[in-house]
Ligand binder design. Structure first.
Ligand code: NAP
Length: 248
């Protein structure tokens, strides 16, 4: 029976790359997106072309009902859930914390922290053996910003990803009691639209060139790490954070 992965934010970037790779490895893929229906359709098509089955739906990870709807739809379409990739995230334009307004602060925390915690909680509720599931794996997408701090750019984003790291360590030790491994991938500078959306289109290229490896990473390189943590090949790994940063 093919396994099923639920991915948040699959309409582009890292989430779409994970969806494509999961599809190519025979997984059913259920994913959501915020507003980019065209991107979502392209991801669904790519998953099916690669050999998997896809389900996509619009939804906001910061809204509990939307998160529940995604998991419900995945279970209805594919039976049980075996993996969750907690990927949806956002970043604002560069600024200092002193200049940030309450709306941005609230939105970044709502999407990157509240949303990720809701999705992780739901993953344990659906996959955990004490909750009637058969076990599984959660992979959280953090950021190197969690340890670098993102001074003069987005300290609040760095803090939101620090929360993901703490949750990964704690939940990784908690949920393993019911067969759910929880780990995180901490990407560095990856070429995706997030840099355009946050007002720094050339950032991955410019800062990526200054990393030890000398270039930005690709969403596909992140997806390989995510798929390893989702798979049985990482069966002894939980509560771990894996840097995919080119040495940065
Ligand atoms: P991206 O290209 O901007 O893609 C973000 C994805 O998340 C899109 O599918 C977007 O949907 C979705 N999304 C955003 N807000 C959402 C919400 N409230 N509810 C549901 N879906 C939502 O970004 P990315 O670079 O692939 O980033 C993916 C993750 O990696 C994020 O958590 C980000 O913080 C992290 N990360 C990225 C980098 C990097 O350099 N790219 C580095 C470190 C960490 P729409 O397309 O519909 O808006």
């Amino acid at each position: 029976m093919p396994r099923t992965v639920v991915i948040t934010g699959g309409s582009g970037g890292i989430g779409a790359a994970v969806a494509r790779l999961a599809g190519a490895r025979g997984w059913n893929v259920a994913f959501n997106f915020a507003s980019n229906a065209e991107g979502a359709a392209a991801t669904a098509e790519a998953v099916e072309k690669a050999g998997g089955r896809a389900l996509s739906m619009q939804g906001d990870v910061a809204v509990e009902a939307d998160v529940l709807a995604l998991f419900d739809a995945a279970e209805a379409a594919f039976g049980r859930i075996d993996g969750v990739v907690n990927n949806a995230g956002m970043a604002g334009p560069p600024t200092t914390l002193a200049d940030i307004g309450i709306e941005r602060l609230r939105r970044v925390i709502d999407v990157n922290v509240l949303g990720a915690f809701l999705v992780a909680r739901e993953g344990v509720r659906r996959m955990g053996t004490k909750h009637g599931g058969t076990g599984g794996a959660i992979v959280n997408i953090s950021s190197a910003a969690a340890r670098l701090g993102a001074a003069n750019e987005r300290v609040e984003y760095a803090g939101s990803k620090g929360a993901i790291d703490a949750m990964t360590v704690g939940l990784g030790r908690e949920a393993i009691a019911e067969g759910v491994r929880v780990n995180a991938v901490r990407p560095g500078l990856i070429e995706t639209d997030i840099h355009v959306r946050s007002g720094q289109p050339g950032r991955a290229e410019t800062v990526g060139a200054q990393t030890p490896i000398g270039r930005p990473g690709t969403a596909e390189e992140v997806a390989e790490a995510v798929m390893w943590l989702l798979s049985e090949q990482s069966s002894y790994v939980t509560g771990t954070i894996l840097d995919v940063t080119g040495g940065r």
